[in-house]
Write a protein that binds this ligand. Structure first.
Ligand code: NDP
Length: 284
């Protein structure tokens, strides 16, 4: 069996078309969804991510503000900016680009964002809502994975989903979203003894680790849906995932490539969340 490759770029394009329509509908009602992105310091990768977010916002007809702050910004100053944006009626989504400089406490910053404007879905209130099965702003990468599964017609109900990785931004929330959709969920992590024992029983296998080629053909059940979140670099500096793509695609039924798999979905779901936040704030 050779797997069908899940085209994240194509799915993302479709979702973005729908978002653009929703933006237009909101504009017709006098609301332009607005996203504020805060970047502290000179991290080159972060600058690229932030530029992409701004560009996508503009393409979809949304309002966007980029706040570029120097590395020397104090936590107090950053919190004051967030407070201003919390009160700014033109802004429906606030995103603080991570990582932050070492002298700023990430938790204090994320907690300061109004949960209603927390388009990254990292605020404890939104995580709590996710845990208790309520609709809310969900973390973008996990949410994007769920949209991809829907797109290929994979209903998680009754399936065994194995999530490798338990970070707060990917592993844990994607497992919770799958559980909320009635999958039976197993989490694996760096202390898991005998990884293959669990992964080889997965109907849906999510790899969110950051270790190149960790998941090989022997880790995968024939016919499984394999989602590769990992973003690693090989010797030539080429982007690659956590899954040994060429081998695993001969075993899986569906597989995401890296790049052009999960990656494009993350920014798309950020835009989706900003529109969702605008609708909720204006009760539309
Ligand atoms: P973290 O480093 O926060 O978490 C990695 C997880 O993998 C941890 O839970 C860790 O276990 C686990 N792990 C590490 N080594 C092993 C191993 N040998 N076997 C099993 N589990 C292991 O990473 P993130 O969750 O932030 O990101 C994961 C990957 O996804 C990265 O490559 C990142 O770049 C990528 N990513 C991609 C995005 C996209 O848009 N495509 C968005 C976000 C992330 P433990 O908890 O025990 O330490």
């Amino acid at each position: 069996m050779t797997a069908t490759i899940i085209d994240g770029t194509a799915i993302s394009k479709k979702v973005r078309e729908d978002i653009a329509t929703q933006v237009q509908e909101l504009k017709n009602k006098g609301v332009t969804p607005g996203l504020a992105v805060i970047l502290v310091g000179d991290n080159q990768a972060s600058k690229t991510y932030v530029a992409n977010k701004e560009k996508t916002c503009r393409e979809l007809g949304m309002y966007s503000v980029l706040l570029e702050l120097p590395e020397s910004t104090s936590q107090e100053e950053l919190l004051a900016h967030i407070n201003d944006l919390n009160q700014d009626e033109k802004i429906h989504g606030i995103l603080v680009q991570l990582p932050l400089p070492g002298h700023i406490e990430e938790k204090a910053v994320l907690d300061a964002i109004l949960p209603e404007k927390d388009v990254d879905g990292f605020h404890p209130v939104n995580i709590g809502r996710l845990m208790t099965g309520q609709d809310t702003l969900f973390p973008c990468t996990p949410y994007g994975i769920m949209v991809m599964l829907d797109h290929i017609g994979c209903n998680p109900e009754g399936k065994h989903a194995v999530v490798v990785g338990r970070s707060n931004i990917v592993g844990k929330p994607v497992g919770q979203l799958l559980l909320n959709r009635n999958a039976t969920v197993t989490y694996c992590h760096s202390k898991t003894a005998d990884l293959a024992k669990y992964t080889s029983d997965a109907d849906i296998l999510i790899a969110a680790v950051g270790v190149r080629d960790l998941i090989r053909a022997e880790h995968v059940k024939p016919g499984a849906v394999v989602i590769d979140v990992g973003m690693n670099r090989n010797e030539e500096g080429k982007l690659c995932g956590d899954v040994a793509f060429n081998d695993v695609k001969e075993v899986a039924s569906f597989i995401t490539p890296v790049p052009k798999g999960v990656g494009p979905m993350t920014i798309t779901m950020l835009m989706h969340n900003t529109v969702k936040a605008a609708k909720r704030i204006h009760s539309l």
